[in-house]
Design a protein around this ligand. Structure first.
Ligand SMILES: NC(=O)c1ccc[n+]([C@@H]2O[C@H](COP(=O)([O-])OP(=O)(O)OC[C@H]3O[C@@H](n4cnc5c(N)ncnc54)[C@H](OP(=O)(O)O)[C@@H]3O)[C@@H](O)[C@H]2O)c1
Length: 368
């Protein structure tokens, strides 16, 4: 695998990691073994994926068989929403470490700026106020205790990232967000760049090449999840990334598969990528993205791809749409004197088309 990317902790993170979300029990262990055997050195896990125990068994076997040493593998896991409060952080990481059969994680991430009631389903009515600075302080203690060698966040918008950076003693090393040709996170990148919080893979390599060491101040790496667009494909309003005409056309001209093209695009955009597969041939294919590149003029063609709302945005829109329906039904019942009756509600107030067509609105809402 190509050179790793340096984090602001001084540790390095491999540019490609195996995703394990929706990797079915019974298949995920074999996928982890196959991935490590073909050269993956990063496994992205989370307790919410429901398979950390099987991943742990696979890791234990790989270490026991001498396929890889613990210190040569980068393992990421996440703090789930229902543990997003300082008092739950130590127990949550310990559960994950026990499941994965590890002494430490290379990276531990807050799964999102969301808190849910303990043991509850992820629905709006189960959400609680979330004190990110307090949770972050507990995450910093994990780093000090050596349980997590780096700490970071998932699904943080620039606004949330900036708010965290303003109070963090240790700046997050990583912001893991959905990113692929169909959801390029242009605004997030731009804001991160202008705020000086995003140093890309290439930029960071150039920095180390020129300066030898990296600044350890405010910097974080974008770690792209759903790099093949699977989340978008599941969304109500998202086209398939791998089947998009621009992607298929460039892939054809470069004689690469669309999956490899999407992953290579991610690397060239300056992020680490986390493709998920439980299929051995695809696991291998998804690592075959080094030693060639997408020429600049073809990279430019990716900007022609219409940007879809992320699944997060879709959820927000569904929620907003339900709220709208609720308010509208109230107009029938109690407040008919004060609120417009449905017949008077303008037809253009339809949140789904608004969400679909407004790139800015979508990017503002994604990962918030
Ligand atoms: N932090 C977060 O909130 C968050 C959210 C979502 C995901 N993630 C992480 O990111 C990882 C990847 O994201 P993802 O699982 O959404 O999806 P993804 O990697 O974008 O796509 C996975 C899908 O693409 C298929 N696939 C894999 N390689 C392929 C290839 N070469 N050609 C064609 N199809 C291929 C897989 O099927 P097969 O398995 O059958 O090959 C699977 O259906 C997750 O597993 C998880 O670790 C994190």
């Amino acid at each position: 695998m190509a050179a790793s990317v340096l984090l602001n902790t001084g540790a390095s993170i491999p540019p490609v990691g195996l995703g394990t979300w929706r990797a079915e029990p019974g298949l995920v262990g074999a996928a982890v073994c196959a991935a490590v055997k073909v050269g993956y050195r990063h496994i992205d896990c989370a307790p919410s994926y429901g398979n950390e125990k099987e991943v742990g068994l696979a890791l234990e076997k790989l270490f026991r068989d001498g396929v890889v040493k613990r210190e040569d593998l980068f393992v990421t896991s996440k703090l789930w929403y229902s543990n997003n409060a300082p008092q739950y952080v130590p127990e949550a990481i310990q559960t994950t470490l026990d499941e994965l059969q590890l002494e430490y994680l290379d990276l531990y991430l807050i799964h999102g700026p969301i808190r849910l009631e303990k043991g509850s389903a992820p629905t709006p009515e189960n959400s609680l106020p979330c004190d990110i600075p307090a949770t972050w302080a507990a995450m910093e203690k994990l780093r000090e205790a050596g349980k997590a060698r780096a700490i970071g966040v998932n699904n943080f918008s620039c606004r949330k990232l900036e708010a965290l950076l303003a109070v963090a003693r240790m700046p997050p090393a990583v912001n893991q967000v959905e990113c692929h040709p169909g959801w390029q996170q242009a605004r997030l990148r731009e804001l991160c760049r202008s705020a000086g919080v995003h140093l890309s893979v290439e930029h960071r390599s150039q920095l180390t090449a020129h300066h030898g060491t990296l600044p350890t101040g405010i910097c974080s790496v974008v770690l792209a999840y759903s790099p093949l667009g699977s989340t978008a494909a599941a969304g109500v309003n998202a086209p398939s990334v791998l089947g998009h005409p621009v992607v298929t056309s460039i892939a054809g001209r470069l004689q690469r598969t669309t999956a490899r093209l999407a992953l290579r695009w991610g690397l060239q955009m300056g992020q680490s990528v986390l493709p998920k597969s439980t299929d051995e041939a695809r696991i291998k294919e998804n690592l075959d993205i080094f030693g060639w590149s997408i020429p600049e003029e073809l990279m430019a063609e990716f900007s022609e791809i219409e940007q879809a709302c992320s699944l997060h945005c879709s959820f927000l829109c569904i929620f907003a749409h339900l709220m709208f329906l609720f308010v509208r039904s109230c107009s029938y019942c109690c407040f008919s004197l004060y609120l417009p009756r449905p017949s008077r509600v303008p037809h253009h107030i339809d949140l789904f088309p608004w969400c679909k067509s407004s790139r800015l609105s979508c990017s503002e809402q994604s990962s918030e």
